[in-house]
Design a protein around this ligand. Structure first.
Ligand code: 5GP
Length: 198
């Protein structure tokens, strides 16, 4: 980092699958283009319209294991049958360069970020919650991106994820994309807490 340059801040957006994180992020990308959005690696099969290097780095299980073994993942988790992880290098580079960084990850990953030395103290963890469990189930089934078994696995995971909400710094209820995105923008604009300053 250059003298006098502020280090970037790390923001984590988490919450159950189907709650609408990607939709809120698409809005945020439009409204806050200066934020750097991390691209995760996953062993999941691409959905129609998803592009390697844009939505995810789609890797094999062997490649994923190698990335983890080489210490290249900031955090990683096994979620509903697939591996997901945040490549460490680009996040650190952007923070060092003074850019604010946003990770969109599951609850297991958010916990690892919180526990990670150095980063955990400064990270701002935001939980995106559905208006209700029934509404989450309706959205997850309605979007139709997974087969029945995978949808059931995601709903099962969602129950545990919803219970993790108190571990987060902020909660946003996703009643509308506009409100959730503007809530996030307000967290981005908040001054650093005394614990994370400096
Ligand atoms: P999806 O398969 O729907 O794209 O993602 C499934 C879940 O994995 C979502 O909750 C998403 O936020 C999470 N996820 C995506 N990338 C990562 C990552 O790099 N690390 C972790 N821990 N979770 C991730």
């Amino acid at each position: 980092m250059k003298d006098g340059q502020r280090r970037g801040r790390l923001f984590v957006l988490s919450g159950p699958s189907g709650v609408g994180k990607s939709t809120v992020l698409a809005r945020l990308r439009r409204d806050v283009p200066q934020l750097w959005y991390s691209v995760s690696a996953t062993t999941r099969t691409p959905r129609p319209g998803e592009t390697h290097g844009v939505n995810y780095f789609f890797v094999t299980s062997d490649e994923f294991e190698r990335l983890v073994a080489d210490g290249q993942m900031l955090e990683h988790a096994f979620f509903a049958g697939n591996h997901y992880g945040t490549p460490q290098g680009p996040v650190q580079e952007h923070l060092e360069a003074g850019h604010d960084v946003l990770l969109e990850i599951d609850v297991q990953g958010a916990r690892q970020v919180r526990a990670s030395p150095g980063l955990g103290r400064e990270a701002v963890l935001v939980f995106l919650a559905p208006p209700s469990f029934d509404e989450l189930a309706r959205r997850l089934i309605g979007r139709g991106t997974e087969d029945e078994a995978a949808t059931a696995a995601r709903l099962e995971a969602a129950r545990a994820e919803l219970a993790a909400e108190p571990e987060f710094d902020h909660t946003l209820v996703n009643t509308s994309v506009e409100d959730a995105a503007s809530g996030l923008v307000s967290f981005l604009a908040e001054p650093c807490s005394p614990a994370s300053a400096g």
